[in-house]
Structures are given as structure tokens and as C-alpha cells.
Ligand binder design. Structure first.
Ligand code: ASP
Length: 449
């Protein structure tokens, strides 16, 4: 039995809905269908979720609200008409939007409810359409399904007892279409996951109903070994482990929401990433374990927007509590760190640059000077992280050498190197301006020869 999740690009217009429907129809084991809100129809277009977010931001401005409801309704109408469904479905969607706007709830509650209506409407339309094709499909709301979450709007976390609730649906008859992206608190309040969170719902449902496979349908044939915007027509990955996918999606592989791996990972449910527009292509399988293979590096990921807090102090290694006090400063200033490679007399703390305003930078530098009396501190901005990922690296000699040679060939200076103790990835910090030539050179070294 499979759980299939369809992303926004797979439901952007009526034609995409028909593709989704035929994928569902073609395989009776696809029993739980999780959907996103309709995404962009073309590059400059807006996602329905963004339209709802805009609408929520304008709740005080009546003229704006009317115009925005109109824009949203046009999108839904086009889909409903394209699928030749009765127009009263559109009337129902409009009513739900108005019910939220006119309710006596506080504004932040209304915004959260509006944000969920993209997915909710998508699920209702798809289940109706599947019915017209003769399938026994039903819309299933996250509340009835038993998806309970914490009361953290916009970043809700699943409450584990949801799994047993979901399991009760496993043997019920028919196909269930569930809107992704939101759940309900135990006292009935709606809360959304982080952006892109329909992947999370799909993974939760797959874990809850103990599916044999979680299929995640998107708009790529499979996961590429490297960002196709940097390397032309790169190779694809057929098999990955959860750990590898986690490392890749951390560092810029946006195919799959990184939080979404956790439920499937814990329940050891294999995940398959597939293309809605080419459902017969193999896709990429993500599994718990794989046989050690020849290919020890499976992908090269990268992301920009990092900075390095470099601290040096003679005899740092003997100073009890130095690291703790340094991390405490960061904690007190609400800064989370990504990596922390260290030497005997120095430490580098890599953080996301977006956390460090100029003001915060001054504050942190002052506190480090005052509280830790280092010999030298420097904050280096505009760094990119390149990660070479592969579980097989653990047992293979010469990976670092191959990588550093590739950087040398690209004439790029490496600022920081870090190999996590899990040995699933090796990370190189370089200046952002050097990113593209580094990636191309690494691709050549690991995938072309
Ligand atoms: N519609 C939501 C978003 O745009 C969730 C999703 O598509 O996965 O973030």
C-alpha cells in the first residue's frame, strides 16, 4: 500500500490534476493521496499559498481583500472548469474563505486558517474529480485523519499519538485524499507546518498507516547529483539513504523538505521521488540502508549565506570551559550554529549569515573579547559551504585528496574543512564567489572520470 504526495507544481492547473488522477487510477495500491496547494503555472506566477498569505496580510483593507479573493477564485475556477466539475465547488471554496475572514477569531488565527485553504481546496477538488472517474475517493481532513500538532503556527510539530490515529484508517475502504501542510492541536486549533510542509504531511501519513512506500511526486525525474543550475545536464541519483538525503537537502537540495524525512526515516518506510509528468521514469529511491557500492560519493550539495566566527587563543585546548562559554554567548544571543571545526588553539563557528545583523556582530565581538579574552577574533562573511555526500566515504581512501585537488584545479582557496564524525559528508567552506567553478570541478572529479 502506498502513500502518494503531489507537490504544488503537480497541481498547478487542470491538466496537471488530470495527470495526478491518472497516476492514482493506474495503481490501486495508491490509497492515501496527500496534496499541496496549486503552485505556479509559469515562472512569474504566484503560488496559491502565497496568494492566501497576502490575503491574510491585508485583512484590514477591504478593497485589497476583495481583489485578492477574486484572484484566488479565478485560479480555482479555471481548474474546476477545466476538470468539468460542478461550479458549486467553487462557491463552497469562496464560502470557506469568507467564513474565515468574517469569523470573530483573532487575526493571527484567521491568517493561519487562510494559509491552509490552498491545500484544503486542492484536496476537495481532487477527490471530486477522482469520483467522476469512478473511483471510490473521499476527502479526509487532517482533523478526522488524526494529525495532531503542537500549537506553533507556521512551524507546528507532530504529536506522536497521531500515528496510532492514522493507523485506524489503514484498512478502511477506498482512497483518501488528505490536504497537506497543516494539522490540529488537541484543542482543535489549526496550525501549519513550515513552508513546503505538505511533504511533512505525506511522510507522517506514510509512517502512520505503515505504508510500504511513500511516493513523493514533484517536477523532476529524479534527484540530481549536483545542482542542475550549475552543471549542465548532470547525472541523476537512483538510490540514496535517508542520511545522505538529509545531508543533501540541508545544503541546498530543495527537492524534498528536510523535516519530512524524519517520520519516514523513523518508521523505515522507503521514499520514492518521482515526476508527475513522467511517472514511468525510475525516480530516486531513499532507503534506510543500501549495500556498499562502488560509488562512494552520491552527490555534491552547496549553499551560500554563511559566515565564520574565527577565534584564536594560545593554549585554548587547556582552558577549561572555553567552548562552553563561547557557545553560551551564542545561545544567549539566539544564534544557532551549523558547524564548529576546531584546532588546538582556535575554533571556527559557522553560522547562517541571516542571523547576524551588523548590530549583533558588534555585540558578539564585544562579548567574546570581554568574556573570553582571545588573542584574535574575526568574522568572515559571504561564505559558501560545499558538501560532498556519501555513506561509502567512511570506508574509502583518498576522497579528501580528490576533493582538494578539484578545488586546486579550480584555483579556489579552501577556508574551512570539516568532516562530521558520521563520515556521511565532508564540508568545505569557500568564498561565495568561488562556488560555481568549485562545484563544476568537483563534479568532474567525482562523476565524470
Ligand atoms: N503550500 C505550502 C507552501 O507553499 C506547502 C507545500 O506546498 O508543501 O509552502
Amino acid at each position: 500500500m502506498k502513500v502518494a504526495k503531489f507537490g504544488g507544481s503537480s497541481l498547478a492547473n487542470a491538466e496537471q490534476f488530470t495527470r495526478v488522477a491518472s497516476i492514482v487510477k493506474n495503481d490501486p495500491s495508491r490509497k492515501f493521496i496527500v496534496v499541496s496547494a496549486p503552485g505556479k503555472q509559469f515562472e512569474q506566477d504566484m503560488k496559491i499559498t502565497d496568494l492566501f498569505i497576502q490575503l491574510g496580510a491585508n485583512l484590514d483593507n477591504n478593497a485589497h481583500v476583495c481583489k485578492q479573493i477574486e484572484t484566488i477564485m479565478q485560479r480555482f475556477l479555471k481548474i474546476i472548469k477545466g476538470l468539468k466539475l460542478p461550479l458549486n465547488i467553487a462557491g463552497d471554496i469562496k464560502q470557506r474563505i469568507h467564513a474565515v475572514i468574517e469569523s470573530a477569531q483573532p487575526k493571527f488565527v484567521k491568517r493561519e486558517a487562510l494559509k491552509s485553504l490552498g491545500e484544503d481546496s486542492s484536496a476537495r477538488i481532487l477527490s471530486m474529480y477522482l469520483q467522476t472517474l469512478g473511483l471510490d475517493a473521499t476527502y479526509l481532513s487532517p482533523k478526522d485523519a488524526g494529525i495532531y500538532v503542537s500549537n506553533e503556527p507556521g512551524r507546528a510539530q507532530l504529536i506522536p499519538e497521531s500515528y496510532s490515529q492514522l493507523y485506524t484508517w489503514r484498512n478502511k475502504k477506498g482512497i483518501f485524499v488528505i490536504p497537506g501542510f497543516f494539522g490540529y492541536t488537541k484543542d482543535g486549533k489549526l496550525a501549519t507546518f513550515s513552508r513546503g510542509g505538505s511533504d511533512i504531511t505525506g511522510s507522517i501519513v506514510a509512517a502512520g498507516v505503515k505504508a510500504d512506500l511513500y511516493e513523493n511526486f514533484t517536477d523532476v525525474d529524479s534527484v540530481y547529483v549536483v545542482n542542475p543550475q550549475i552543471v549542465n545536464n548532470p547525472k541523476t541519483i537512483h538510490l540514496l539513504t535517508y542520511k545522505e538525503m538529509r545531508e543533501l537537502s540541508y545544503a541546498g537540495f530543495s527537492v524534498f523538505h528536510d523535516e519530512a524525512l524524519i517520520p519516514a526515516f523513523k518508521a523505515k518506510i522507503p521514499v520514492c521521488i518521482k515526476n508527475t509528468n513522467k511517472p514511468d521514469a525510475d525516480g530516486t529511491m531513499i532507503v534506510d540502508q543500501k549495500k556498499p557500492s562502488e560509488k562512494c560519493v552520491v552527490g555534491i550539495a552547496s549553499d551560500t549565506g554563511f559566515c565564520n566566527i574565527f577565534i584564536s587563543k594560545f593554549l585554548m585546548n587547556r582552558e577549561l570551559g572555553f567552548g562552553r562559554r563561547l557557545f553560551q554567548i551564542l545561545e544567549e544571543e539566539s544564534i544557532s550554529f551549523e558547524h564548529a571545526p576546531s584546532g588546538i588553539d582556535d575554533m571556527s563557528i559557522i553560522i547562517r549569515e541571516s542571523q547576524l545583523t551588523d548590530e549583533k556582530e558588534q555585540l558578539i565581538l564585544r562579548r567574546i573579547h570581554e568574556e573570553l579574552q582571545p588573542d584574535y577574533v574575526q568574522i568572515q562573511r559571504d561564505l559558501a559551504m560545499v558538501m560532498i555526500v556519501g555513506e561509502g566515504m567512511m570506508k574509502t581512501k583518498g576522497i579528501a585528496q580528490k576533493a582538494t585537488t578539484a578545488f586546486t584545479r579550480a584555483n579556489v582557496n579552501i577556508e574551512v574543512i570539516n568532516q562530521g564524525s558520521s563520515e556521511v559528508s565532508m564540508m568545505f567552506g569557500i568564498q561565495s564567489k568561488d562556488l560555481n567553478q568549485s562545484i563544476r570541478s568537483l563534479y568532474q572529479a567525482f562523476f565524470e572520470n
